[in-house]
Design a protein around this ligand. Structure first.
Ligand code: BGC
Length: 382
């Protein structure tokens, strides 16, 4: 009894240092927990507001682990929310675009919704034509994650965990997943993914934020200047499955090795752009080191001066220009999100890797740990 009381008092003290009371304006260098609604079966959903010492703020819900808002300064210090999203959990329950979500067990497509491991064929749900997309019908984006918060001297963290059971959506093995979001005082949002399994399986986790550095709901992203550190991309077929080819970007609209407006070539009469309805392709990240994070992409929004760099340990980045957004589902504050009003830079292994012998492996064995890091660093250009 005494031990229980000591534990309760200790836990309470720890929580008080990390969680500011709900309803209060978040203090710099704090994390606030708020109610965000309920799941369809009535479980409470929370929103964690991480505020850094310079006033930038990231809000994340434990429903789908989605980044709900991300407020970063422009060159005059004015904050804008640079990600698309919804005001309540209901929006995420009904969402079909994966706004801000944690995507798993397999980010992007698996061709014909099946793959073979050790001679056994695993069949997944076809939720995208003939293919499986983003983990299936109930991917990690529709799961309620367990949450813990941590506060350190120069950052605020939210640790989310989820057990994806053996057979869930057709994938083998009980997969224990932990994703830690950290907002640093230097205006970076770091996402650390880790997973272990008790049976051989495939894993490819990513974050599906839709960015608009001018502010969500403020129009299209065609004027944003993009650099992607990639000499090659993986062309796709009509169902957006990679053909297996690694194609040089040189001389194609996929050459973003120098800063180029996203819209400069997007409507060109080019086979791959037509297939993707714009950009919806995996780029092979040029690694700057064998280990650790490499710069994958840099985006500048000229009017506000906001800059976002994407650093990752992953071998690929899916650049998607919101070609399937249709403006019909109201987002935060009731704003509409029409086609190409945001872009995604999803760091991950290449689509359809389980079926592509030339692509880096996505197999996870028992006793191994899946560990990847991606950091979105925000700054300004004068
Ligand atoms: C895919 C797109 C898809 C979008 C939303 C992206 O990762 O590449 O084809 O429409 O996610 O699901």
């Amino acid at each position: 009894m005494k031990r229980w009381m000591t534990l309760t008092i200790f836990t309470g003290a720890l929580l008080m240092t990390t969680l500011a009371p709900a309803g209060e304006t978040p203090q710099p260098g704090s994390t606030t927990k708020k109610s965000f609604g309920k799941t369809p079966d009535g479980q409470p959903v929370d929103l964690y507001v991480l505020t850094n010492k310079s006033g930038a703020e990231g809000s994340i819900t434990n429903y789908g682990g989605a980044v709900v808002s991300l407020k970063v300064p422009d060159r005059s210090g004015k904050l804008a929310d640079v990600v698309l999203g919804y005001d309540t959990a209901d929006g995420y329950v009904n969402d079909k675009s994966y706004f801000g979500a944690l995507v798993g067990r397999y980010g992007n497509r698996i061709g014909h919704a099946q793959f073979v491991l050790d001679g056994k064929t695993y069949t997944l749900a076809k939720n995208n034509g003939e293919n499986s997309l983003h983990g299936g019908i109930k991917g990690f984006n529709k799961a309620l994650w367990k949450a813990k918060t941590f506060s350190k001297k120069d950052c605020q963290s939210l640790e989310l965990s989820y057990l994806s059971k053996d057979g869930e959506e057709g994938f083998p093995g009980n997969l224990k997943v932990i994703v830690t979001y950290t907002l640093t005082d230097a205006n970076a949002l770091r996402i650390e993914y880790s997973a272990t399994t008790d049976k051989k399986t495939v894993v490819n986790l990513t974050s599906h934020s839709y960015f608009n550095l001018a502010g969500q709901g403020s129009g299209d992203i065609l004027g944003h200047l993009l650099t992607i550190q990639a000499d090659k991309f993986t062309p796709v077929d009509a169902s957006l499955i990679p053909t297996g080819e690694f194609r040089d970007v040189g001389g194609t609209p996929f050459d973003f090795r120098k800063p180029t407006a996203i819209g400069a070539r997007i409507d060109r009469d080019e086979e791959q752009l037509k297939l993707g309805n714009g950009y919806d392709h995996n780029f092979v990240v040029r690694r700057s080191a064998d280990t650790g994070e490499s710069l994958a992409a840099r985006v500048v929004e000229p009017a506000s001066g906001r800059v976002m760099e994407v650093w990752t340990t992953e071998p690929g980045v899916q650049f998607y220009t919101g070609n399937f957004l249709d403006g019909k589902t109201p987002g935060k504050g009731g704003v509409a999100y029409p086609r190409r009003n945001a872009f995604c830079l999803e760091t991950q292994h290449y689509p359809d890797s389980p079926n592509q012998p030339k692509f880096p492996s996505v197999v996870l064995n028992p006793g191994e740990r899946y560990n990847t890091i991606t950091t979105y660093k925000f700054s300004v250009e004068k």
